[in-house]
Design a binder for this molecule. Structure first.
Ligand code: GGG
Length: 347
């Protein structure tokens, strides 16, 4: 028995998770699903975005399939109770430090990309985002300056061990692909980035066959639009990776297309679409389930060692898109369920 924790979360999370579950069930892989609330849904049900029972399920399960968290009705809650704390808490509690975010343009989606077709067609990269450090987890707070002004602060910090392990994840990802790693930082301004760059260079000695380059994050944002084909693997920090992968998603057609894996040292993983809860379209059946379905494929490949089943899912998504299946974010009219069916029909 292979236990999968299903954590649908908020907004469109439950809708997209339902489609990914249907696809996994159709493959008849002997997976057993157990569901638990997370995010705003969990706050409402149990008074906390990551209740002990949800964390316990996440620990017991072999892999976690996560939808999205975020709920405007929770905006005024103290930070510790906000829905987003659930995903940050899971990443920290389970040591999920390496976030793999593949961004590629599926054939036929050139018209949906924010880029010119000839530029968009070249997008095929993995952004390796660090997940356990940076401003997300540094000391933070609100204080009053001597002049009586309110001042918020979030400490950006990385220690060398944190940088070393994500650098290794970046190099290994590049080894399995086209052998090029671009480390993105802001070393001309930030101390954390200077350390980042030094450590990445140290680690590179163990990967003589990988071509390593460095890029400032502002330049990387520009290059992603100008010439995305130059990137194979990008390794970067938590905040820069969050922003660059959303940008990359629109180059690849839609944020509804990008899956992700968050892995720890034992390759246990949490799999989720990179998009959030999209409260503006929640409950309308308009969400694109492809990112979550592709996240399920990543789960099969990276944690459950079922590469063949993962290939079947990815091929089915490719075939559905090729046949013209499109949700509204891609310029089409299919509902979330109909898009799921288009994939199911091609498994
Ligand atoms: N499925 C992604 C999701 O729910 N994102 C909401 C969020 O708050 N994410 C924080 C982050 O990725 O750093």
């Amino acid at each position: 028995m292979t236990l999968i924790a299903l954590l649908p979360g908020d907004g469109i999370g439950p809708e997209v998770i339902a489609e990914a579950r249907r696809v996994l069930e159709a493959l008849d892989l002997g997976l057993v699903f157990e569901k638990a609330p997370v995010g705003g849904a969990a706050y409402r049900a149990a008074g906390h975005p990551l209740p002990p029972a949800t964390l316990d399920l996440a620990r017991r399960a072999e892999a976690i399939l996560f939808g999205a968290v975020g709920d405007p009705e929770c905006d005024r809650l103290e930070r510790a109770l906000r829905p987003e704390q659930a995903i940050l808490g899971l990443r920290k509690e389970l040591g999920l430090f390496a976030n793999l975010r593949p961004a590629r343009l599926f054939p036929g989606l050139e018209d949906a990309s924010a880029l010119k077709p000839e530029v968009a067609g070249a997008i095929d990269m993995v952004i390796v985002r660090e997940l356990n450090g940076d401003v997300y987890f540094g000391e933070k707070g609100m204080r009053t300056t001597a002049g009586g002004l309110r001042e918020g602060y979030d400490l950006m910090s990385y220690n060398e061990a944190e940088v070393r392990r994500i650098a290794h994840a970046g190099f290994r990802t590049a080894e399995a692909r086209r052998g090029r790693l671009c480390s993105v930082d802001k070393a001309n301004v930030l101390e954390t980035s200077q350390l980042w760059r030094d450590v990445v260079i140290e680690v590179s000695a163990e990967y003589p066959d990988i071509e390593l380059t460095h890029m400032y994050v502002d330049n990387a944002a520009m290059q992603l639009v100008r010439n995305p084909g130059q990137f194979d693997v990008i390794v970067t920090g938590n905040l820069f990776g969050d922003i660059l992968s959303d940008q990359a998603s629109m180059c690849a057609g839609s944020i509804g297309m990008l899956p992700s894996a968050a892995l720890n040292a034992e390759a246990k993983g949490l799999y989720e679409p990179i998009h959030g809860s999209a409260p503006d379209i929640a409950g309308q059946g308009r969400a694109n389930p492809c990112a979550t379905i592709l996240s399920a494929a990543m789960m099969l490949r990276h944690t459950l060692d079922r590469a063949e089943a993962a290939d079947r899912i990815e091929n089915a998504v490719t075939a559905a898109l090729k046949a013209g299946a499109r949700t509204p974010d891609l310029g089409g009219t299919l509902s979330t369920a109909a898009m799921g069916e288009a994939v199911l029909a091609r498994l």
